[in-house]
Write a protein that binds this ligand. Structure first.
Ligand code: ACO
Length: 334
């Protein structure tokens, strides 16, 4: 049966690795506090001459190779990011120029850390309207460029990275280099509560009227009310997982692997407890990358495939939450 499939996947994490101990030279913190409160041990940081669009291009070229599709065949380039190179033009346009998808529609999509799931929802709509579309969806973030290094409660949490998938209507087909099989996108569910927008903001937009030469204010950087985000995250992740399973007539027994947004191990464990999900069904890689926002879910898919935690026939539940406040879940069948 023809259905929407992920035909290829690529990931890119910058070489520069910053451990918790490395952070101690920048901010008053320690490895024990960060590991016990978050589970994070390291994060990766873009090189000075590298932008989010460069990371996206590296991930995208791997995904295209994996899918066996040329950049020139792509009809739509979608970049999920909340740390774009510029407010305008979009990172998707810059990415498209870098990989050679000239003529393809290109636009950014900002749902913060839920960006990749929103991207799947957008791709699903585009593929329903244009069944021959070939869509490149990239989650890419340069979060270390918008952290306030004077705020130890937030600057320890985030890292940079990118991951890309190619989506088309098609069959499951042959195994890929980075996927055990093409993954059918069975369902997606997205939601938001804009009343909670102030819980997590990243400045640089037009809400503040900067004049040439003005020094940047603290709200230029990521600001977060951590405790409130924590509570909402646990509630919204659990609820959207239950919702997507119910509307597909599934239970958690039918899920082989749960890949949640990698923000904080305590949030992931609390969701696992609420859902009564066995720990060995929950994928975690935030210890190595920190929170890579829109790149977190596809980086998780890539690592889970590389570790053979996803096999042909696996049913995988993805779920994320983020600034906005946004949330979402998706079901993949390999
Ligand atoms: N190192 C050492 N001590 C610290 C640090 C640090 N890095 N940060 C804070 N502390 C201290 C505080 O100063 C405070 O000390 P005090 O009691 O003497 O005043 C104490 O630790 C507790 O601080 P809290 O901020 O209350 O710590 P909390 O337990 O709430 O943990 C955290 C903070 C980890 C940020 C938590 O609230 C959290 O994980 N929230 C969710 C964040 C999240 O997932 N965000 C991603 C959103 S997704 C997106 O869209 C980007």
């Amino acid at each position: 049966m023809t259905a929407i499939h992920i035909q290829g996947l690529g990931t890119y994490v910058p070489e520069r690795r910053i451990t918790n101990v490395d952070l101690m030279s920048r901010v008053d913190t320690n490895d024990e506090w960060i590991v016990s409160r978050t589970g994070i041990k390291a994060r990766h940081m873009l090189a000075e001459d590298e932008n989010g669009s460069d990371a996206a291009a590296k991930a995208a070229l791997c995904a295209l190779e994996d899918a066996g599709i040329e950049a020139g065949e792509i009809t739509h380039v979608l970049a999920a990011t909340c740390t774009p190179d510029y407010l305008c033009p979009s990172t998707a346009c810059i990415l498209s120029g870098k990989i050679g998808s000239h003529g393809a529609a290109a636009f950014d999509l900002n749902a913060a850390c839920t960006g990749f799931i929103y991207g799947l929802e957008t791709a699903r709509g585009l593929l329903a309207a244009a069944p021959d579309a070939k869509i490149l969806l990239v989650g890419t973030e340069a979060f270390t460029r918008r952290l306030n290094w004077n705020d130890r409660t937030t600057c320890i949490l985030f890292g940079d990275g990118a991951a890309a998938v190619v989506l088309t209507n098609g069959e499951a087909g042959r195994p890929r280099k980075r996927l055990p099989a093409a993954a059918r996108l069975r369902d997606v569910r997205c939601g938001a509560d804009g009343r909670q927008y102030a819980l997590l903001t990243v400045g640089g937009g037009t809400a503040r009227d900067y004049r040439p030469g003005d020094p940047v204010q603290d709200d230029f950087y990521l600001q977060m009310q951590g405790r409130e985000v924590y509570k909402l995250a646990v509630r919204s992740l659990s609820a959207v997982c239950e919702e997507i399973l119910e509307r597909n007539g599934l239970t958690l027994d039918d899920i082989d692997l749960f890949i949640p947004h990698q923000a904080n191990l305590r949030i992931i464990e609390a969701v696992g407890d609420r859902l009564k999900l066995a720990a060995d069904k929950i994928f975690v890689n935030l210890d190595e990358y920190g929170n890579t926002s829109a790149a977190s879910i596809p980086l998780g898919i890539g690592d889970a495939c590389a570790q053979a935690r996803i096999l042909p026939g696996s049913r995988v539940l993805l779920s994320a939450f983020g600034g906005g406040f946004t949330w979402g879940a998706a079901l993949l069948e390999f």
